[in-house]
Structure formats: structure tokens, C-alpha cells
Ligand binder design. Structure first.
Ligand code: AMP
Length: 396
């Protein structure tokens, strides 16, 4: 079965075509600068990478270009669009109702449209992307996979905020959690490695956006992102958790509007805000190595906050069987992994520092020290595969 995975952003449309029988990616790429000028990148294993400028006035034009590439005589990998049995669409937010991956019918779309207020950045482009795909592939099954749905089983005490309850009832203000598809994938892999589907696992998705999730019995019990992907650990440009009164205080002392504070906390904070160097962890590491004190401080704040969350989840779960690092920073920054795991012997976390420094990139690695009570793994994430798998399961 061939499945197309689509991730539509406001000006981009990323895609991967999977052959699920062969368990391989046939092609992948990205249409960028939709509505501006248009650039498409298309890669197929064994063929030369293709990149070209192309005019994409909207998502419909972008998906049409993708289908033309996939079926192209030279660059393509399928004979006809009809070979695509189903399309898996990534949605950041499924609200309270879309609690698991679902076939997208009219009712689901109406619901997704009704909750764009909760998800103003990602919701509208994901909906446009879906509509465009549905129009050009009317025969295919269309499935929505939601980042939030992994958190649908969290207990009320983990997701209701201690603010007037009517704000939850009226405006659905609560912890939703994000990056769920990534956490589900790596926690599932860790449970497989442990040979224990009931394991207590802490997964650290550390990238440009970062979140930490606690999983027990294959279900998320808590997560660091909240009502929006702003909560939790400091990120590239996002502050992560801070005292909420900082917001109103900034408004008072700087005379900022709500939008201006939003920009400050989302785009000017985090690693970038503290270091003043960059939002990219590699640049900050280089600056810190060259003696930049604020770059060093930004990294220390990141490590401090990751440790704090790990500790709180161990307490919440009454233990832990595995700690997992994934995403750009988690998979690649060996020093950060070492710093996070240092002085956690009390919790049973101990890593083999030499192997942590030398383990191959892009592969699953068990970096635990011999005899450590908690296994520490590096597991490359694969959200697209998870979306393809859910789509296949709902299409069979
Ligand atoms: P992602 O959002 O998962 O693509 O991750 C992006 C983040 O991963 C950026 O902050 C990168 O600087 C970081 N990253 C990628 N490679 C490395 C590396 N070798 N060392 C440190 N950070 C890295």
C-alpha cells in the first residue's frame, strides 16, 4: 500500500511517499514559499535530487506539483496518482474531540475549523492543505493524525490548570500537549527495546521546539507543553515555562500589547533571548566553547530545566525504566546529553560517557552505563512513519 504523508504549513507543504509493504520511503520533498514565489525540492533514493523554482499561488497548486513530480517519467516513482491509497495529514491540534487519528469526513473537518482559535498558526494551513489534497485526490482515503491526541488519556489533574474552572469549560483552556506523534513513536521504540509494553518512559524531544513526555503502559501521563507549544523547557526562541506574572509585568513596565508580549516570548526568548547569539543550538555551543558567557548560561538554563522536568516525572510515575533523547538536539548534541544525565545516579540514570561521545548518528543507541537501573537511549524520531502507519491502519 502506498501512502502519502502531508505536512502543510502556512507557506510550505512537506511530503513523503511510503511504500508500506516494502517499509520504505519512495520519495520525499518540500514545496516552500507558497503564495510568494515557490521552490520545490524532491528526493528519491537512487535518483538525483531535484530542485526548481515553481509558482505556487496556493496549497492546491503545490500539491498538484507534488503529484506531477511523483508521476513524472524521469523523476517520479509511481505510474499514476491512483496508486496512492491514502493520504495522512499532520495536524498540530485535534482539540478535545479528535482523541485519536481519524478518517477525515465532513464532521471532523467542521470540528477542526471550529477550533482554529486554539491553533491559529498551524490550523488554517493544515486545513487548506487537506482541502487541496482532497480536491486533487478525491478517491484516496484521507486521515488526520493529531499531535495532541497522544495526550488524550492524561488524568484531569495533569491537564486542568489551577485557574477558574469556568475558563476551561467556556474556552477549553487546558494542557493539550504537542509533539505527541514523535513521543509516541520513540516511546514505542523504547518499550520494544525494553521488551516491556508497560514500561515507565521519559522521552525528551529536544529540537528547535522542545518537549518532554512521561509515558506509562504506552499512554502519556504528563507532558511539558501546555495550552500551546510555549510551555515547558526553553526552546530556540520560545521561553518555555516562566512565572505568568512576568507577562503582565512586562505589559505594565514596557507598555506592550498582548501581541507584543506574545512575540517577545515566542520569537525573542529561549536560547536566543538569553544568549543573544542565535536560536540554533550549534551556534550557541560554538559561542560557549569560545568563551561567550551568555551562550554558556543559555545552555545551563536548558539543562537545568530538562533535569527538573525529568525529576518531576520520575516522582509522578514512581520510577522510570527508560530515558530517551530525540530530535535535532537530543539526537546530535552529545555534550547536552551528558550534562543532563550527570548527577542523576540517585534516579538510576547513568550513561556510558565514552559511547555517548562515539555512538553513530541517525541510529538507535543504548548509551546507558553497564548495570544502570534506567536505560538511556538515543532514538531518531520518525513522525512521518507514524502518520503513515496510522493512515494504513485506518485504511485497511
Ligand atoms: P529540529 O527542530 O528537531 O530539527 O532540531 C533543530 C535543532 O537541533 C537546532 O537547534 C540545531 O542546532 C540542533 N542540532 C542539530 N544538529 C546538532 C548538533 N550536531 N549539535 C547540537 N545541536 C544540533
Amino acid at each position: 500500500m502506498k501512502i502519502l504523508v502531508v505536512n502543510a504549513g502556512s507557506s510550505s507543504l512537506k511530503y513523503q511517499l511510503f511504500d508500506m509493504d516494502e517499509q520504505k520511503v519512495l520519495a520525499k520533498g518540500n514545496c516552500e514559499r507558497i503564495g510568494i514565489d515557490g521552490l520545490v525540492t524532491h528526493k528519491c533514493p537512487g535518483k538525483k535530487d531535484y530542485q526548481a523554482s515553481a509558482a505556487f499561488p496556493d496549497h492546491r497548486a503545490a500539491i498538484a506539483a507534488v503529484l506531477a513530480l511523483l508521476t513524472d517519467k524521469e523523476l517520479g516513482v509511481i505510474g499514476s496518482v491512483d496508486e496512492i491509497a491514502a493520504v495522512g495529514h499532520r495536524f498540530a491540534h485535534g482539540g478535545e474531540k479528535l482523541r485519536k487519528s481519524s478518517v477525515l469526513g465532513e464532521e471532523e473537518m467542521k470540528y477542526l475549523e471550529s477550533i482554529v482559535g486554539l491553533n491559529p498558526l498551524h490550523g488554517p494551513p493544515a486545513i487548506s492543505g487537506f482541502k487541496a489534497c482532497k480536491e486533487v485526490m478525491p478517491k484516496a482515503n484521507h486521515v488526520g493524525v493529531f499531535d495532541t491526541s497522544y495526550y488524550s488519556d492524561m488524568k484531569e489533574e495533569a491537564y486542568v490548570y489551577p485557574i477558574p474552572y469556568k475558563l476551561y469549560e467556556e474556552y477549553k483552556i487546558r494542557r493539550y500537549g504537542f509533539h505527541g506523534t514523535s513521543h509516541r513513536y520513540v516511546a514505542g521504540k523504547a518499550a520494544e527495546l525494553l521488551g516491556n509494553p508497560n514500561a515507565k518512559i521519559i522521552t525528551c524531544h529536544l529540537g528547535n521546539g522542545s518537549s518532554i513526555t512521561a509515558t506509562v503502559n504506552g499512554k502519556a501521563v504528563d507532558t511539558s507543553m501546555g495550552f500551546t507549544p510555549q510551555d515547558g523547557v526553553p526552546m530556540g526562541t520560545r521561553s518555555g515555562a516562566i512565572d505568568p506574572t512576568v507577562v503582565t509585568y512586562i505589559q505594565k513596565v514596557k507598555g506592550y500589547t498582548a501581541e507584543e508580549v506574545d512575540t517577545l516570548l515566542n520569537k525573542e526568548s529561549g536560547l536566543y533571548g538569553v544568549s543573544g547569539v542565535s536560536s540554533d543550538c550549534r551556534d550557541i555551543c560554538t559561542a560557549a566553547e569560545n568563551g561567550n558567557a551568555r551562550a554558556e548560561l543559555a545552555l545551563k538554563i536548558l539543562v537545568h530545566n530538562i533535569k527538573k522536568i525529568i525529576g518531576s516525572y520520575v516522582a509522578e510515575m514512581n520510577g522510570g525504566d527508560a530515558l530517551v533523547f530525540t530530535a535535532g538536539i537530543g539526537e546530535n548534541d552529545r555534550q547536552l546529553r551528558e550534562d543532563v544525565c550527570k548527577n542523576m545516579e540517585f534516579l538510576g540514570v547513568e550513561i556510558d560517557e565514552a559511547f555517548n561521545k562515539s555512538c553513530p548518528r541517525g541510529e538507535i543507541a543504548d548509551i546507558s552505563a553497564k548495570g544502570a537501573k534506567v536505560k538511556t537511549y538515543v532514538i531518531p524520531t520518525n513522525e512521518e512513519y507514524m502518520i503513515a502507519l496510522d493512515t494504513q491502519n485506518l485504511t485497511k
